[in-house]
Design a protein. Structure first.
Lengths: 204, 284
């Protein structure tokens, strides 16, 4: 079982994830990610897509896996990794539908996703999760091991296989099209203090 | 005639090196206080949890093992050189870049700079070159401020040449639009640097300089201070909150800098700093 329900309402997940697993993850859920994930960000995604276009085999099989958008700081001697929080996910929007088509089931980043990605998450039954943006030092403590598996020359942007233990994230976009960011802000907007163009539907 | 003071460029290299390391691990007191204030004022329970995590992240980074954020920023260096100073040894730009290189390498900080924006985008490895802003000022001292500027929030910066008829209302709307559209991508709660006036390039510089003011300190001009207070209230009324999960604390401060402008112009620039505000100053 790749999704474990914890007593406090949180859910622990381990890749590989099936469609059935992904359906249990709902926007707003707090999720602890454990075991293997793959680190890849801008330059690595560009390379991956180029490899696909050239008909080459990818350095890892995305089927059922989780990709973490991260470019860590260099590790100090005796440390597994440096700071390792998420980077802005929308920069990967261009590449994400292709990755999902290949069978990728989970993505961890920060910030919102465009409509094409949200649609693609529904189509391929996958989930986008946000980690604590800017919380790089805290994230490092959840990473047990890491090794570069491709594109070493990209430095912080190389692809890494990581073993993590209870990396905390929340589901931002689920496979039913729900958007946690979209739901979260409206109740706190104070229309009465703002010009009309910024008004949101009143709190319910 | 004033006495000319010789300053060896290695002093500049050393100051820049030390600042790069210091600011990435130890968040300055004014910023720590601003996050604590936000934690006290925040009304959303989820947002309070987020702010608690940010405070823990500050504490962990201050232990000196892990930088506050993995994006250890581009090195933005403001250097004010007294006109009675004579710099010896390396030339000024090389001295600053040597400091960045040493600081980022020896401090286990990430190289986040690519050598060109569109051709190869090859990482330079040591976070050089710095973005350097030099001013010649009275006196015989050198004042160096380094801001390690995160890319995610930098990407959400906005610049526009408004019409004079747009007035304050247009400026306010533009600032709010920038903050609203940045949403979670700019890692709120942060500092909003606003430049108003000048010309095209000066306006952007005003916004950048506004970021390195002591967090929450008002502009000395009372009219500008009032505008800052108004923008601060309105930005927080957006309800974006920490990590954009909803809340009352979207920004920690709004700093506005103004300058004279052309009769035809009303330039405005918004430069956003995330909660990973890493800035420090040394005087030589």
């Amino acid at each position: 079982m790749s999704v474990e329900m914890l007593d406090d309402g949180r859910k622990r997940i381990r890749a590989p994830l099936s469609d059935e697993d992904v359906r249990q993850l709902v926007a707003g859920d707090v999720v602890l990610v454990s075991d293997t994930i793959y680190a890849a960000r801008d330059a690595a995604h560009k390379r991956l897509i180029e490899m696909l276009d050239a008909g080459e085999e990818l350095p890892f099989d995305p089927t059922g896996q989780i990709v973490y958008y991260v470019g860590p700081t260099p590790e100090r001697p005796g440390h597994v990794i440096g700071s390792a929080g998420p980077t802005t996910a929308s920069r990967m929007d261009k590449y994400t539908p292709t990755m999902l088509q290949l069978g990728l089931k989970g993505i961890i980043g920060k910030g919102g996703r465009g409509p094409a990605v949200r649609e693609s998450l529904k189509e391929h039954t996958a989930v986008y999760m946000a980690a604590l943006g800017g919380g790089g030092a805290l994230a490092a403590l959840q990473i047990r091991s890491q090794k570069v598996i491709a594109f070493e020359e990209l430095g912080p942007e190389s692809i890494r296989e990581m073993e993590v233990e209870d990396l905390p994230v929340w589901v931002a976009n689920d496979c039913e099209g729900r958007d946690y960011y979209g739901q979260a802000v409206a109740p706190w907007r104070k229309n009465e203090l703002l010009p009309e163009e910024f008004h949101l539907p009143a709190r319910t | 005639m004033a006495e000319v003071r010789d300053v060896d460029a290695s002093k500049i290299t050393e100051a820049v090196r030390d600042l790069c390391i210091q600011i990435n691990y130890t968040i300055a007191e004014d910023m720590v206080a601003a996050v604590e204030r936000a934690r006290e004022k925040e009304e959303s329970p989820v947002a309070r949890q987020i702010l608690d995590l940010l405070i823990r992240n500050q504490d962990l980074a201050a232990e000196g093992e892990y930088p506050y954020c993995q994006d250890t920023g581009s090195a933005v260096v403001f250097i004010d050189v007294g006109q009675d100073v004579h710099i010896t040894g390396l030339d000024l730009v090389d001295a600053i870049n040597a400091g960045v290189s040493h600081g980022y390498t020896e401090g286990y900080l990430r190289g986040s700079i690519v050598g060109d924006p569109v051709f190869e985008r090859k990482n330079t490895g040591d976070n050089t070159p710095a973005f350097i802003h030099t001013r010649i000022v009275p006196g015989d001292q050198i004042t160096i401020t380094v801001d390690a500027k995160g890319g995610g929030s930098e990407n959400k910066g906005r610049h526009a040449m408004l019409k004079p008829s747009d007035g304050l209302e247009g400026v306010t709307s533009f600032v709010l639009r920038a903050v609203a559209e940045a949403g979670p991508d700019a890692c709120p709660p942060g500092i909003i640097g606003v430049g108003i006036g000048g010309n095209f390039e000066y306006c952007a510089m005003l916004a950048k300089r506004a970021l390195v003011r002591k967090v929450g300190q008002s502009n000395p001009d009372p009219r500008i201070a009032d505008l800052e207070a108004d923008l601060f209230e309105k930005c927080n009324a957006l309800g974006i909150g920490p990590q954009s999960l909803g809340g009352t604390q979207t920004v920690l401060a709004v700093h506005v800098e103004m300058m004279a402008t052309h009769i035809a112009s009303l330039p405005v620039a918004v430069n956003i700093e995330c909660h990973a505000h890493r800035s420090g100053t040394k005087v030589i």
